[in-house]
Design a protein around this ligand. Sequence first.
Ligand code: BES
Ligand code: MN
Ligand code: MN
Length: 453
Amino acid sequence: METASIPRDKDRLLRELTEFLAIPSISTLPAHAADCRRAAQWLKDELGRLGCSAQLLEGDGHPVVWAEGPAVPGAPTLLIYGHYDVQPVDPIHEWNSPPFEPTIRDGRIYARGAADDKGQVFCLIKAFEAVRGPDGKPPVNFRFLFEGEEESGGHVLTDLLAREPERAKADAVLICDMSYFDVGWPAVYTALRGMCYAEIHVRTLQRDLHSGTYGGVAPNAMETLVRLLARLKSRSGRINIPKLYKAVEKPSQKDLKTWRQLPFDQERYLKEELTARAVTGIEDASIFERTWALPTFEIHGIKGGFVGEGAKTVIPAAAMAKVSLRLVPGQSFEKVAKWLTRAAKRLAPKHADVEVRILHGGEPVQVDVSAGPFQVLDAAFQEVVGRGTVAIRAGGSIPIVTALARSGSPIMLTGIGLPDDGLHSPNEKLDLQQLWDGIRVFGRFYQLLGTPA
Ligand code: BES
Ligand code: MN
Ligand code: MN
């Protein structure tokens, strides 16, 4: 299939993409374990159909999909990584169409996973399909590695790569799980933030109490928790965890200069991406520094007490908050986990039992984007969409990248998403033009990679 024939194939591609996106592969919810497996199986079948030897690799969780394309002696090896799992869909009533009934409106496909990451995985596979020769031979040696636990901090792939690190060895690792910097501005990423995800549990009583009889004296667990949380970060955005900022590497002057020159419309960013009236955070740092080069502390949810219909006068005995820190180059997950635990215990009153449970984490990553394959990707974008890649950083995290990078292979972080795709939010979408362009871009990338210089 010539890349020029892609438009004629759009109906088939959309049917296939719809089928893949309709599988509710939410990795963090145990009730969806069978759906995760179905999504893995879908990928395995698809890659098998395209002439790859594909298998599911099992571990203590959702399966990993591993596939190898037909051997192309003498050509480089490209490893493609992606994830088939998706985030939960709540708040469900804010979706304009059901998250697992992919729906096309205004040239965009709306579904959970449309951009993160099933739509992008689909793009890479369809580019592979498009550039195989009449005999089914691809231009390079392909390896595919798709996991189902990226969003939930699972261990199946981590364990696999610890046992068999040679699987990550390749002339380039291509990860398409990010977005353009802006419409018309394809990007490669020089850093990812790391992550430390935790639950903070507070108990102040053995059982809930009547708030009239005991109100005024009984220590309220919810109150204790929110006071603790409020003390973990100041109003000005500084995180109150000793030592946290010590190891933070300042971005280089060159980086800061590049970021200053990026096109950025703060008004539009506020209104359309943040949907807020103001930004918060450390005031003397730019938005790029705040989202790419500084650690964060966010509260994701709080549980405890009475939140049912109506009113109940109760003093909660226990409460829990889910929180996370994003880590930047210089910081390490293990240390931050220890410091968070220590800080939470220190900030709580003596009469409260505080327990910090670390759920999962990942290290921050830095990538040198000067290796040869980056120029090839730049050329492919230039040729197909008329602009090469800008080197930027990501605020988000992809924990497995640390293990993939250990092999020494260049890690190419890029994507076909747009900043307003709504990852993890209601009404996640992927612009179809980005998908069609992306299939041509990566098809061209594969071909150029397979062309001796
Ligand atoms: N694709 C994202 C990571 C990402 C987001 C990269 C935005 C660049 C820009 C990935 O699927 C993701 O959401 N990762 C999680 C990992 C976490 C659960 C450890 C994240 O960043 O929250
Ligand atoms: Mn992702
Ligand atoms: Mn994600």
